[in-house]
Design a protein around this ligand. Structure first.
Ligand SMILES: *Cc1c(COP(=O)(O)O)cnc(C)c1O
Length: 386
């Protein structure tokens, strides 16, 4: 299916709603039946029928179909957050006594899910160096059921070889799951490389305007049905029809936005790499990245996210740098229209919390839709304090 068709038409049955170009927001919790037999029939397959919005809602279904098509997967589910999608995917495939292998330094709340939450329910875990297939292989145990990947992660950008991991998982009967948020469904297709479940937050590129929190997961029809009938309906982390319509609107410009972010980020990362006040730039599509060849092979482009290490021996100077920045916002998250800095020096000296193990001179940079030269000017003037 052509990307233009997916983003502009797929899943939208306009003849059912007056030819409206924008899909209707079917803001209802409940659906009524004209007779008993259609009521009975709705219970046979709740995912396909209109019974109750916790299960299926027509506006949400449009989004579901678009996401599955973007991933080249058979079906998908939409959640109220990316973390919700991750938790559903993982929990659905584990029970007490099982073991999960998870890559080192995943998204922070994934780390919490694996190390604290699952442990409460008797699930063991190992964190492994995902850049090394042998270390993944070596950590497989008799009770291992899930291999959890995040390629690349969103701070230090280590990759896993997705094709090799999918093959390894199949050989050992493991369910492979990936948080594929970084590259978006446009630039990396984990399901097509053999990964069982691909998860994205919509709060980043898919919605793209920093005004919705949501998440999606995609996989085979059978896997989606299994998750729907158990975790999805039980935990109830659904998106509202209104937010689903917002994400559908965001998707209209997904290709354009990602193209712009990718180009600008690569330009700014290359500029930074030559700057004397920058110790190191970590961007998977710069030849200096240790896994550059793999990144080129399995990711078409990289979007707007990368990190730099500032060259200074003083945290005070890093703080001064951030005080001088005018055109980037200081914030978590990414994937919207606006460029952001996430300074790791902010995670030092938080009352009641140990300092992060990530160096204080690391700055995660997200490049949004602004003019890249205008952003470079800002970085350049702020670098003067270093
Ligand atoms: C933001 C993010 C998440 C969590 O998504 P939410 O929608 O905020 O729950 C998970 N993984 C990655 C890589 C993220 O950047």
């Amino acid at each position: 299916m052509h990307l233009s068709h997916i983003l502009n038409h797929h899943g939208e049955e306009r003849d059912k709603y007056f030819g409206a170009v924008a899909p209707p927001i079917i803001q209802t919790s409940n659906f009524a039946f004209k007779d008993l037999s259609s009521f009975r029939q709705a219970f046979v397959d709740e995912l396909q029928s209109h019974l109750y919005t916790r299960g299926n809602n027509p506006t949400v279904k449009i989004l579901r179909q678009k996401i599955a098509a973007l991933e080249g997967a058979e079906d998908s589910l939409v959640f109220s957050s990316g973390s919700g999608a991750i938790a559903n995917a993982v929990i659905a495939n584990l029970q007490a006594g099982d073991h999960i292998i998870c890559v080192q330094s995943p998204y922070s709340w994934t780390y919490n899910l694996v190390s604290n939450f699952l442990a409460r329910f008797g699930v063991e875990h190992s964190f492994v160096d995902g850049t090394n297939l042998d270390s993944i292989k070596a950590s497989i145990k008799e009770n291992t059921r899930v291999l959890y990947l995040e390629s690349p992660n969103s701070i230090t950008f280590e990759l896993q070889d997705l094709e090799a991991c999918a093959k390894l998982a199949k050989e050992h009967n493991l369910i492979s799951i990936i948080d594929a948020t970084y590259a978006s469904p446009l630039y990396q297709k984990p399901y097509q490389l053999g990964i069982d479940l691909s998860v994205h937050t919509c709060s980043k590129y898919l919605n793209g305007h920093s005004d919705v929190v949501a998440g999606v997961l995609s996989g085979s029809k059978a896997m989606i049905k299994k998750i729907f009938e158990s975790e999805f309906m039980t935990l109830g982390g659904i998106i509202s029809p209104n937010d689903a319509a917002m994400v559908i609107r965001g998707l209209r410009t997904l290709e354009l936005r990602l193209e712009r972010c990718s180009q600008s980020a690569l330009k700014i990362a290359s500029w930074l790499e030559k700057h004397p006040k920058v110790e190191k730039v970590v961007h998977p599509h710069l030849p200096s990245h240790p896994q550059y060849d793999l990144a080129k092979k399995q990711m078409q482009k990289c979007g707007g996210l990368f990190s730099i290490y500032l060259k200074t021996d003083s945290i005070k100077k890093v703080e001064a740098f951030h005080r001088k920045i005018k055109r980037f916002l200081l914030a978590v998250s990414w994937g919207g229209h606006e460029s952001l800095l996430l300074p790791f020096c902010a995670f030092y000296g938080i009352p009641g919390r140990p300092d992060t193990t990530i160096p204080w001179n690391l700055v995660r940079i997200y490049i949004g839709l602004e003019d890249p030269d205008w952003l470079i000017e800002d970085l350049e003037q702020a670098m003067e304090v270093l």
